[in-house]
Design a binder for this molecule. Sequence first.
Ligand SMILES: Cc1ncc(COP(=O)(O)O)c(C=O)c1O
Length: 489
Amino acid sequence: MGEEDRAPSEEPSLDPEDWESFARDAHRALDRCLAHLQKSRSRPAWREPPDRMKNVPPLPGAGTPRADLIREVEGEILPFATGNTHPRFWGWVHGTGNAAAFLGDLYASAMNSNCGGRDHAAVYVERAVIEWCRTIFGLPQEASGVLTTGTSMATLIALSVARLDALGPKVRADGLQGSTPLVAYASGEVHSAVVKALEVMGVGSRGLRKVTMDTSHRLDPASLRSALEEDRSRGLLPFCVIATAGSASIGAFDPLNEIADICEEQGLWFHVDGAFGAWARIAGAPWAGLVEGIERADSLAFDFHKWMYVQYDCGCALVRDGRLHRSTFAERPDYLVSSQAGVAGGEPWFCDYGLDLSRGFRALKVWLTLREYGLDRLGRNVAKNCAQAQLMAAEISRRPRLSLALEPQANICCFRFRPAGAPEELCDTLNQMIATELQKSGEAVFSTTRVGGRLMLRAAIVNHRTTAEDITGALDAVERTGARAARAL
Ligand SMILES: Cc1ncc(COP(=O)(O)O)c(C=O)c1O
């Protein structure tokens, strides 16, 4: 029977007509993916996608044979990844991924679970991950949590709970109408994710007060006290302090205990943005000391896809008061009511702890990562990355043409190529050229930031594949490229 003779109700499923041939293709694809993972060092750290890839293919009305698509994916997509699986990729804060999590994604794809709620294994895996995190970060039993796309979404969730705490449950119906203007506090190192969350929540970016920092770019508690006093006297309503545990730009860690003391005294919500830095907690001395006091947080946002080396995407929001967390988001129309038994059982449901109703099975890759490697080994890798940033700083100090922006507090090292006598403005241009040239050659990926107004190369090391030789080799490449670029300027 031809396609056109078939009754619409007889349309076959999307399953392969020949599962054996699909299995052969799938096994080949698996081998190709494993080789991609295993050989990350042998590829350039980045390759520009070919121009033909940037064109949108025609709208696919009819299907395309699988063999053609596999060829296209393996030839034109797979080789042109971001590059963060490479040992010399240190741009932005891009995690490496790991082999255990790769398996997690594979199984999760086969299961295709919806983790918004109900009674099935994936939900229990997510609960286990959250319970482990609650224990790691020292939050009480009644704390709750939810896995998210990343820290940006976790921040929006956490700060929304803080807003409900400040204004009461009526904020869900009324929004901010008629309420005293809310103000949140953070250091100048605060991440743009916090600004965006406050904007979406209606607090607005003007409702974020950036507090003076000390010379190490840490929020200054005395300045926080004065800012709070001043804002109260102006009739504003301070509701939340956001401490940064590991800032994206230079890796600064705010003094958590001192901030927690102020929040406790003044009845303010204490949120910690620990996107990557929270994991210093498992790295032993001296690094764990950077996040002492994290256990006092009312809410905490962090990622697995950065310093837990888990594949994108996965972050987490933890909230000290689980009931408050639920009352910020729970909404169950008739079609979402749960039951005592059957698939519709399994309360509590994760959809009541965030914005997403439908949610993928992110937890399995985290569960496998934590279980296969164990916290001790993961912690040793976090400590290794901090030691590598110190090594990078020490190497920079020994090389006259390189200049360190500031001592790394943990795993982020900022510096610049600065040949003797070169004017600062010229060095800004030069260092941007170095970052771009190194990316294009695939030798190493640094990103850039500004410290004291000057453009710096920046390495955020959240990479379990990096070795000491990668650090020195990449600095050699910076010097080589810098010398070449200086001649061309
Ligand atoms: C300190 C900090 N907060 C928040 C974020 C945003 O996290 P995500 O990219 O997972 O949304 C980042 C990202 O680098 C970060 O470093």
